[in-house]
Design a protein around this ligand. Structure first.
Ligand code: IVH
Length: 673
């Protein structure tokens, strides 16, 4: 069919008009059209596109829903990692933050951009040539999942932005949330449909984004709020975080109108109280406020430490508390054998969920808080953390309290419980010989951040263990369709799905595999660091305790755990079985660094404006040759790389006798043969 230019223009105008209505409704919160008239516009567009399919473009509002995605949940590597924020809870910690920033920058007053901390899901949106091309979850910060198909259903996210003179690739980060009101309505609908209800708006948003079918996501009222934008050369166009917000607004990307600028500690605290007062009235959940040094130059100078920026902090709201009554006390055996006393509570609603259990942490905490069965207690729940008993309400202590003492033997496998020297935690040392630890090690192995075996939940693991189809996680890879189908509640389809997920998980990364092994003290980040540093399992095995401690965040205790894990014959046999059963992993080893004696293993601090290199480039050069860039000048600093307008860092370097370099010196070292 020939392209009809008359219709071409009509279709273009319709698309624009619909997007304008989306913007007014979802971003400005100021609808300018009745729902029925909006539906008419959509129908008209659909009709024309059906008649002239060549007029369908990827930014058409008709393309938001129901498109088949062949990239759903693919892994997406973030070009720049999606980092986390350090938290402060108390005023004195905040005062220390403000003071440190002033000292590091050598200035007396700081302007901050301040905004709410959304309690949603972190998302990155990529626009290429103006078109929304990829949307991904944060994942572990380095790799997320492709959820483009679902993000397209969020009408406040424009499918096309007017990028004018900006570079072709733009990355926008923010959070997907569900309004509190929409969450209540959704749960009501779920009850009517006999489907599962969500614990809170954040879980509802997360569940909605994890749908394979975007038709389902489209029925879930999700919103997006951006808090950052990035592209190549941003430093030549924007000077502050407030500029970023302004640019996002010009691009018609939703931001919250609660972003402000304030100065110093006084301004920060005033904002905190202002938002606490407004919290209930806000349409979405927030769990604190975020303070960001406004100047992008200053942000750059302050840099990052570990996985969080030094130029920002989250001031979290205190966790909500509620009163409940202890109906009983049980003990639970954790994945690494830790025995935790848990209070069984009278069901109590706190922070949006009904709590029935709360952790009492360990025996000494239990004694310190003097918790008895039948006591009235204050419980607290912060975010996703397991609820805890804060204190006993002594004034309400009933006459029928009963005391509780910790068991001497494991409630699951009956082996004797032990306390390591200097530790308060009782442990069952039977490892995976203990049924509780065995089950939890398999649950951990299959979990999303580990091997990510979709659909393998606690109940199925129970079934597999009870039927002796598996004994440890390596056996998952020997399961076959026929034996799964023979299990109760398993149909052909569910068995096939599970076999598929298990099969998919075989191809993984070394970091995930190490995390999945469940080594004590080795969380996701440490596992990733080990993978990066050593590249292969045999190389990790070959390291001494001291070598292991060279890795970020690994101290003597954790290096001991890692060392004994990889030197234990049972663990080695487990890993061998995984590999024999077909598990393969990509190495994430660091690139070989070229050794240059002046740079390698030396500690650099950067300050001022360099004549030709951007700060990021200088950092990259130093990194490439195995040097380290830190942000504060100290006795340990080897060089200060100083450009124009170097401030207090230069003075400090001179006082401490640190060698001051120019950009030329650095470049010379890297080019000399
Ligand atoms: S800025 C370099 N601003 O908090 C870190 N994060 O702990 C930049 N979050 O998952 C993050 N509201 O998605 C920033 N106004 C806000 C935020 C915010 C919520 C989330 C973020 C991340 C987590 C970091």
């Amino acid at each position: 069919m020939k392209k009809n230019s008359a219709f071409d223009e009509i279709v273009l105008a319709l698309k624009k008009e619909i997007q304008e209505h989306n913007f007014n409704y979802y971003v400005k919160d100021d609808p300018t059209i009745a729902d029925s008239a909006y539906d008419d516009l959509m129908r008209k567009l659909e009709g024309l596109e059906k008649q002239y399919p060549e007029l369908i473009t990827e930014d058409s509002p008709t393309q938001r829903v129901g498109m088949l995605s062949n990239t759903a949940f693919n892994q997406v590597s973030h070009i720049k990692p999606m980092l986390s924020l350090n938290n402060v809870f108390h005023e004195d910690e905040l005062v220390a933050f403000d003071k440190r920033i002033k000292t590091d920058l050598g200035i007396e007053s700081i302007n901050y951009a301040v905004e709410p901390k959304f309690d949603g899901l972190a998302i990155a949106l990529i626009y290429e040539e103006g078109f929304f091309s990829l949307g991904a979850t944060r994942g572990d910060g380095f790799t997320g999942e492709d959820v483009t198909h679902n993000l397209k259903t969020i009408k406040s996210i424009p499918l096309k932005i007017d990028t004018k003179s900006l570079p072709s690739r733009i990355e926008i980060r923010g959070e997907v949330v569900m309004f509190k009101e929409d969450f209540l309505a959704l749960n009501k609908k779920q009850v009517e449909l006999g489907q599962k209800v969500f614990a809170n708006p954040r879980n509802a948003a997360a569940g909605s984004l994890r749908q394979l079918d975007s038709n389902i996501t489209a029925t879930r009222p999700l919103r997006f709020y951006a808090y950052s934008i990035d592209f190549e050369g941003i430093e030549n166009i924007l000077t502050s975080h407030s500029d970023s917000i302004k640019l996002l607004n010009e691009l018609k990307i939703p931001t919250t109108n609660l972003v402000k600028n304030v100065n110093d500690i006084k301004g920060l605290l005033a904002y905190y109280h202002e938002i606490i007062d407004k919290r209930q009235e806000l349409p979405f959940d927030i769990d604190g406020v975020v303070y960001k040094v406004n100047s992008l130059n200053h942000q750059d100078e302050l840099g990052f430490v570990s996985r969080a920026p030094r130029w920002a902090v989250a001031h979290k709201f205190p966790a909500e508390e509620a009163e409940s009554q202890v109906l009983g006390i049980d003990v639970q055996v954790g994945r690494t054998g830790a025995i935790t006393p848990v209070a069984r509570l009278k069901p109590t609603f706190v922070s949006g969920v009904t709590v029935t259990n709360a952790s009492l942490h360990n025996e000494s905490e239990l004694l310190r808080k003097d918790v008895h069965i039948n006591d009235f207690v204050l419980i607290r729940r912060a975010g996703d953390v397991v609820p805890e008993v804060v204190s006993v309400i002594k004034s309400k202590r009933p006459g029928n309290i009963k005391s509780f003492s910790m068991p001497t033997n494991c409630p699951e496998c009956n082996s004797e419980l032990k306390k390591e020297e200097g530790e308060v935690i009782l442990r069952c040392c039977a490892g995976i010989q203990c049924s509780a630890q065995r089950k939890q090690s398999i649950m951990h192995f299959a979990s999303r951040k580990a091997m990510d075996i979709d659909g393998l939940g606690e109940k199925i693991i129970d079934q597999l263990l009870q039927n002796k189809m598996i004994n440890d996680f390596t056996d998952l890879y020997t399961l076959d369709l026929a034996s799964l189908e023979s299990l109760e509640r398993f149909g052909e389809k569910s068995a096939k799905n599970l076999i598929n997920s298990i099969h998919h998980s075989k191809e993984t990364t070394l970091g995930r595999l190490i995390y999945a092994l469940g080594i004590r003290g080795v969380g996701e980040a440490t596992a990733k660091d080990l993978a990066k540093e050593f590249g292969t399992i045999s190389n990790i095995k070959a390291q001494t305790l001291v070598d292991l401690e060279q890795v970020d965040d690994i101290g003597p205790t954790v290096s001991g755990f890692i060392h004994s894990y990889f030197n234990d014959l049972n663990s080695v046999a487990l890993i061998d079985r995984l590999i024999n059963n077909g598990v393969t992993f990509r190495s994430e080893a660091k690139k070989e660094v070229k050794f240059v004696p002046e740079i390698s293993e030396k500690i650099f601090v950067l300050t001022g404006t360099l004549p030709t290199l951007k700060r990021e480039d200088a950092k990259q050069i130093i990194d490439q040759y195995g040097g380290k860039v830190t942000s504060t000048v100290s006795k340990k600093t080897d060089y200060l790389l100083a450009g124009n307008d170097a401030g207090s860092k230069l003075e400090k370097a001179q006082v401490l006798g640190v060698v001051v370099l120019s950009e030329d010196d650095l470049i010379k070292w890297t080019t000399e043969e």
